[in-house]
Design a protein around this ligand. Sequence first.
Ligand code: TYM
Length: 338
Amino acid sequence: MRVVSGIQPTGNLHLGNYLGAIRNWVRMQDEMDDDSQCLFFLADLHAISQPHVPAELRAGTLEMAAALVACGIDPQRSILFNQAQVPQHAELQWLLNGTARMGWLNRMTQWKDKAGKNREGQSVALFAYPVLQAADVLLYQATHVPVGEDQKQHLELARDIAQKFNNDFASDDAPVFTLPDPIVPPQAARIMSLRDGSAKMSKSDPSEMSRINLVDDADTVMKKIKKAKTDPEPLPSEAAGLAERPEALNLVTIYAALRDMSIDAVLAEHGGSGFGAFKPALGEVLVEILRPISDRFTALLEDREALDAILARGAAQAREIALPTLDATYKALGLVRG
Ligand code: TYM
């Protein structure tokens, strides 16, 4: 089993990232056997597909590395690195650009959402972004890719690219690429904004009140939860009663995920309560889980050299795993390299 996943090092790590992806990374790392490997990386190459400030990207990359370690990614057991230190990602992307189809990329919902009506004005990188994402996982022969719901379509594209490449350039008994399986959590695969139950919680939302950052202090967490949009009804006693109440469903989902409970179990405890009582209970669970993460994060950031060393070591390990697949790809395509 080889587990591979990434996160863009832009903005703060938020609760959606944590419950939708990072917590699963840590669980998979902790359950790994001797024959398995976990590779987690900062998708800094993806971050340049949209306008960005170089100094912020540089600082954000180290901060995201610290945040992942603070959440429980152990660089002794997992390979933690940033994409730009492993040039094989960009190299493989170019090789896969010959296989990916424009029509496939045109159908990506993230591309459609981000480009909106202004497709002509977008960078080529934003359009080609899912091909780089395919390269990220195919480069390591990933078998499992833990992600939130919003990345599932990109992983399906990675499978399509792998399959077409294998069909076009490899024999059935010696495929070049493994088809990766997306691993999406049954609960919390899509945490919504605290201000709008129809929009996902996101690093790019201009409103800080829309998300809980993993480094928010206790007062900020309590304030954001208190101000979270809700409705005036008390909580129902069964999940079906949340069907038309997206904001209420989101808060109950967050509570359930944090405490590893089902929605029905949460409602058995809190059904009949109004948000005046439920919100402080949710805030307390959040603070209890976030405080140790935030303390570790602050401590880790004090030793930037140690973080640099973690990333350099991870990149060296990743390059070693990547090379045979990259060589096989060049060879399958008939490219002469001496
Ligand atoms: P990114 O940086 O937007 O998000 C990192 C991870 O967090 C998940 N996530 C969420 N899960 C639940 N609810 C939310 N509101 C929420 N917001 C984000 C994402 O699904 C993701 O798993 N393109 C990717 C990064 C990437 C990648 C890869 C992932 C690059 N290469 C290869 C997997 C494999 C991205 O921008 O994720």
